[in-house]
Design a protein around this ligand. Structure first.
Ligand SMILES: *[C@@H]1O[C@H](CO)[C@@H](O)[C@H](O)[C@H]1NC(C)=O
Length: 141
């Protein structure tokens, strides 16, 4: 256990030097079963800055309906893609500079189906690894 802890500290230091670190704790059930509420994620800032966000990525973004809150959702669609929310009959085309985000737990997630496409500028980082709990350490990409 102690050695795992030391390794994690070491990885953090490297990440900090490379400036790719951002630790994020998920709250809420919207990404179950992929992520649980206590999970802590290691995320990187590079992809959003370079516009390299892809479908399927798990991203941390500012909540469009409350800028003081962060959300953790999956990228479902990119600009130009067509999506259909379960509560809407109309198809939406995701506008330029936006993405469509949804939680994996679709019956329990406030996401693009309620607040619409999310501006790329609100995406802060992309999840790379779950680092807590220790017995669930693993890649998210
Ligand atoms: C979705 O969230 C609800 C409420 O927290 C939970 O009971 C349910 O198990 C979750 N669904 C999945 C697939 O994890």
């Amino acid at each position: 256990m102690y050695f795992i802890y030391e390794k994690i500290i070491f990885i953090f230091k490297i990440c900090h030097i490379l400036r790719i670190d951002h630790i994020f704790q998920c709250a809420g059930p919207s990404m179950e079963p992929t992520l649980q509420s206590n999970n802590i994620l290691l995320t990187e800032h590079i992809s959003p800055r370079l516009n390299k966000i892809q479908r399927g990525d798990i991203v941390i973004a500012k909540n469009p309906s409350n800028p003081l809150q962060n959300i953790c959702k999956r990228v479902i669609a990119l600009p130009g893609d067509t999506v259909k929310g379960p509560y809407s009959i109309r198809n939406h085309v995701v506008p330029k500079g936006h993405v469509w985000l949804e939680g994996d737990n679709s019956s329990n997630s406030a996401d693009s189906r309620s607040y619409g496409p999310v501006p790329l500028g609100l995406i802060k980082s992309r999840a790379l690894l779950r680092i807590w709990p220790l017995d669930c350490i693993g890649s998210l990409v």
